[in-house]
Design a binder for this molecule. Sequence first.
Ligand SMILES: *Cc1c(COP(=O)(O)O)cnc(C)c1O
Length: 828
Amino acid sequence: MPAKRSRKDACQLPPLGMDETSLCSDTRHYLAHTLGADEENASKNNLYTALSMSLRDRLVERWKNTQKKVIEEKGKRTFYLSLEFLLGRTMGNALLNLGLEEAAEKAVAQEHRHLSDIIEAEPDAGLGNGGLGRLAACFLDSCASLGLPVTGYGIRYSYGMFRQEIRGGEQVEEPDHWLKNGYPWELKRPERVRHVHFFGRSDVYADAHGKLKHRWVDTHDVLAVPYDIPIPGYRNEVVNTLRLWRAASTDIFDLGEFNAGAYPEAVAAKNNAEHISMVLYPNDSSENGKELRLRQQYFLASASLQDVVADWVAIHGEDFRHFAKQHCFQLNDTHPSCAVPELMRLLMDEHGLDWDSAWNITSQTMAYTNHTLLPEALERWPVRLFQQLLPRLLEIIFEINGRFLQEVARKAPGDTALLRRLSIIEEGNEQMVRMAHLAVVGSFSINGVAALHTELLCEELFADFYRLWPRKFNNKTNGVTPRRWLQWANPALRELLTEHIGPEWKNDLDHLKKLAPFAEDPAFRKRWDGVRQINKARLAHLVQEHTGVQFIPGAMVDTQVKRIHEYKRQLLNALHVIHLYDRIKRGESAEVTPRNVLFAGKAAPGYFMAKRIIKLINNIANVVNHDADTAGRLRVCFLPDYRVSLMEKICAATDLSEQISTAGKEASGTGNMKFMMNGALTIGTLDGANIEIREAVGPEHFFLFGLNAHEVSRLRHDYRPDIYLQADHDLQRVMELLYSGFFNAFEPCVFDPIIQTLNNPHDPWMVLADFTSYKLKQQEAAALWRDQAEWQRLSILNTAASGVFSSDRTIQEYNRDIWHLEPLVMAP
Ligand SMILES: *Cc1c(COP(=O)(O)O)cnc(C)c1O
């Protein structure tokens, strides 16, 4: 055995300083030597990059220590597989979690800049659509902060979520080239590249012992190149990893196929492979069905599982007996559920396991999180497409299904209807693979994301599976990270909290409870209001700068920001705004509480109705804001390009949080939690986590309206919009304004499709059914606003009760019930 090399050489690296001076000198070094910038007059971008590199060094130090610790401990690990990670900006989070905010502020001041301007130079990493992708990012932050050895796996899209511009009131999509100035937070790991197979066919052969085996041959391979992003825990010296895969061509694939004469064509074909990680699909809560999307899904699943299996084999060889005890794969929705057949394939075809051993391992390591009940979001892929693109995987899926249906048939003999309902393969004109069934059959844990959502999963979508395996099902109510969404987003509140309840809340958000008694203290309420005014001024400034709309000082900030979707019912809010305007025009303005109504959100580019709703909101805003009668009473604004870095400013400045989805449709919601943490009151339906928010803060401190989920499903059969119209004179007037073209004087008929859905008895979102109760509840909110002491009191109570919506609580539950990981403890 060779002697261990001694590293007592002169080049030994001292630990990096965590003070202003060392941060400043490292930043200068990167400016001068790495970026070749003019140090006297560095641009914001250069300073951003140089400071990022200095911070990254400090992360990398801790990163390597964490990795060493993980290997030493030999403990179980979890891998979070997600097609989306909506990270937003990283610099602020790194500063906060490393405790370097003040040092960086001073270091940047030496360059005659403000830290806040440098932070604004970072583009958002928008590798996700909305809630699902942001949840993955919050979870990584919580895992690292709790010291749990969890690695994220995703795709390094060249283009993330599109940039939204508004022209003539309509959404225009622009590509988001977030990598164009380089991304200083990632490290490329070319030595860990993987080969991912596509196309070809499945072949049977006899191995050395005469056993029949399968192999996938004549494949077109794509390279998966990993880029690692450090995920720091909150001041605990832990740094976990998010590994994102970029697709690249194998030269063999492209050049081998063409003869020498077709060289340019061969080089051009390289593009094909690279397309896989080119762009994020911008659909939220609806499936897309494009072949490229399935390629992305398999690419992620295969590269990530190969990565984990290779690490195992490097230590244990082909002995997989303890593999299941040591690994868990958490699937963020069905998007990565190719992982189920892919792990089977790797274990059997590449590592020689038999079916039963491979199945035991697979079905004891996979865990699936469902995110939606909407039928349009349930992924199904044509068998024909699978056959062509992933022939060996399809073969395995059929085998899984055959064995599963046999088991069902034994338990329920003769029930062919049940078999048809449960089958992973949907029969019909075109056979389809039901990805949710694949995920359920292959997983030991299936969870919903809020109490109501999990209940409905068990009663409706997965009722047959629930009867079969009730113990697989569990609830994990979502949460959001209080580092980004409270400490970072709301520094003024952070200081006020610590001054009054001490610093413990920063490590355990339940301590916010200690705030409740202060709600009764008028002096504290005044301080609270002071903090809110700072945040509202910051938002008003931003709104003015980006849209020209001048918020009414001191007015209620009434906010609905989220993806634009009919189920989220931005339309209901828009109708209410028309009603407020109508009341002002009627001369009832004395009773109208002044409001700034803020909307933001992106529509999927192919979602016609969602885009038309954006147009309606913009047209309403245009009329309202230019009518002299609304001065000091009502302002309406659609803020373009909703994204994480905008939400950080919006959530701290919102008084009234609009969570008004049709009951039973929003799985959980997480925007609702960010608002509550920052002291907003909620107006909402009994949907998703709203129910739990209302329970936590107390029903009397929540503006509840509308039908509940059971009433919605019962009403479905004979929904009569005309009845609601007849019963509410205000609603009639709102609809009359729409019919008359009042908001589209020069654009005849543009809102006809909206008018039609509102009046359609088949409107699945039942907007008109909830209008009257929404209007009345809005009047209550307005009345409460006029009693500012009482409003501030409830605002404080909302923050005080929000501790349970920390993603730390969610992750502790995942760990207690599903993962069973030992936390790492790193020496400071
Ligand atoms: C929190 C968040 C969401 C999710 O919002 P919901 O209201 O729960 O739909 C979507 N996008 C961004 C940028 C977010 O920060």
